[in-house]
Design a protein around this ligand. Structure first.
Ligand code: ATP
Ligand code: MG
Length: 158
């Protein structure tokens, strides 16, 4: 489906903002311009749902979650940044492995299967994008992913 990614992303964030139970502030760095991408909306919804629910799950009360889209020459770079517990140094890649969880006890308490990011990675790769994370233990985590973007796409559909 050809969608305006700015609108699409905002609508997903709205849904989390309306239903969140914690006191977490949402900050959006999303361009107002239309950014058309050709994506499987169900699959990218699943990718975002997982990344955002992780950010909420590992955020402290009163924390901030930042949502951003950067427009690069041939791709959109999206990130979701939290101020949560973080991931130990050197383990940022492992969180995309199936069933990998940083802390077994903590993860058991918070629920889930440890499959969310492995599925997200598969779906982003299927779109020709990439996904990775940067984190500082005790300070927070940023999950990035890219989607191929052609700025001329809009014109072609006029
Ligand atoms: P599921 O997504 O299947 O419900 P899950 O959230 O535990 O379970 P993933 O989403 O794949 O599984 O994440 C894997 C692990 O990576 C998590 O268990 C957690 O330890 C770590 N992790 C993921 N996102 C964050 C984050 N934003 N902050 C801290 N740790 C994270
Ligand atoms: Mg998850």
């Amino acid at each position: 489906d050809l969608v305006n990614f700015s609108d699409f992303f905002n609508k997903i964030i709205d849904r989390f903002e309306m239903t969140k139970a914690q006191h977490v502030d949402f900050v959006r760095k999303i361009p107002n311009e239309a950014l058309f991408v050709d994506i499987d909306t169900d699959k990218i919804t699943q990718v975002l749902d997982n990344i955002i629910s992780n950010a909420l799950k590992y955020s402290p009360e009163g924390g901030q979650i930042t949502f951003s889209i950067d427009v690069l020459p041939t791709e959109l770079q999206i990130y979701i940044r939290d101020q949560g517990v973080g991931i130990p140094k050197g383990s940022e890649n492992k969180i995309f492995d199936r069933f990998y969880r940083v802390d077994k006890a903590r993860s058991r308490k918070l629920g889930g299967t440890g499959l969310g990011l492995a599925i997200a990675k598969e779906m982003v790769y299927a779109h020709g994008g990439d996904i990775w994370a940067k984190s500082k233990e005790g300070h927070g985590t940023t999950v990035y992913f890219t989607l191929p973007y052609n700025p001329e796409q809009e014109d072609e559909w006029e």
